[in-house]
Design a protein around this ligand. Structure first.
Ligand SMILES: NC(=O)c1ccc[n+]([C@@H]2O[C@H](COP(=O)([O-])OP(=O)(O)OC[C@H]3O[C@@H](n4cnc5c(N)ncnc54)[C@H](OP(=O)(O)O)[C@@H]3O)[C@@H](O)[C@H]2O)c1
Length: 240
């Protein structure tokens, strides 16, 4: 799958799954706006993988509209349009249901659900016809997750958001899909260690960020030209 000449924005691409997605798009010939919240140096390293020298790192807190608008100004000035964007940035704060605080609930929903809403509202006008939007949901949003009610709710909401946005964007011939990873090796997955989840995965192992990135690459490419409003599971067969 090639993405030569395509311009993509990936939120939360300094590490983990977002980094693998950005790297895969660059490898496929695309240019990536690698966004991060705090880890500027890591984000720069990802952008520097682009041997064309066109990819850049940009700071953006997805839950803060002002921050997203600032990033948008940079992207408009430098690139003018987008072909692909991936709502990947997300956080988890695992806790037993009765111990989840209002603050944690709001924080998780703000980043995981309000974030994609703000980013999409701000960047949609920059999307070219035949563009592709991909939202990174989670198996937790489909089947519930252990100790993550707020996270599961945010990721279920992201699937509903994907379907609704697919309807809205169809008139512009923009496809909107979700990728729903299971347990993937990353900082976030460390919180689930010790919960014996691996025993429940049909393929018997955690997935890698690169395996998620391949699914995103497919949905971003013209090979997926007749797919919209879909949620693609990349979970090794995990059903809680
Ligand atoms: N790992 C899994 O097992 C798994 C499973 C299913 C779904 N997912 C989903 O996949 C996505 C990526 O997960 P991951 O495991 O790769 O996470 P991760 O390793 O913790 O990385 C999170 C990324 O999001 C960025 N970020 C955090 N808060 C942000 C904010 N408010 N605004 C903008 N960027 C922010 C971080 O930037 P800084 O580095 O600058 O802090 C970082 O780049 C998330 O949406 C997650 O819910 C993960």
């Amino acid at each position: 799958m090639r993405l030569d000449g395509k311009i993509a924005l990936v939120t939360g691409a300094s590490r983990g799954i977002g980094k693998a997605i950005a790297a895969a798009i660059i490898e496929a010939g695309g240019t990536v706006i690698v966004t991060y919240k705090k880890n500027k140096d890591l984000a720069r390293e990802v952008a520097e993988r682009d041997k064309k020298g066109k990819s850049i790192a940009v700071q953006m807190d997805v839950s803060d509209r002002l921050s997203v608008k600032k990033a948008k100004d940079i992207v408009i000035n430098k690139f003018g349009h987008l072909d692909i964007f991936v709502n990947n940035a997300g956080i988890n704060k695992p806790n037993d249901f009765e111990k989840i605080t209002d603050n944690d609930w709001e924080n998780v929903l703000d980043v995981n659900l309000k974030g994609p809403f703000i980013v999409t509202q701000e960047f949609l006008s920059m999307m070219k016809e035949k563009g592709s939007i991909i939202n990174i949901s989670s198996v937790s949003g489909q089947y519930g997750g252990p100790r993550t009610t707020h996270y599961a709710v945010s990721k279920a909401g992201l699937i509903a958001f994907t379907q609704n946005l697919a309807i809205f964007c169809a008139r512009k011939k923009i496809r909107v899909n979700a990728v729903s990873p299971g347990l993937i090796e990353s900082e976030m997955a460390k919180a689930a260690k010790g919960l014996s989840i691996e025993e429940k995965i049909l393929l018997g192992r955690l997935g890698t960020p690169e395996e998620v990135a391949k699914a995103v690459l497919f949905l971003a490419s013209d090979d997926a030209s007749y797919i919209t409003g879909h949620t693609l599971n990349v979970n090794g067969g995990i059903y809680f």
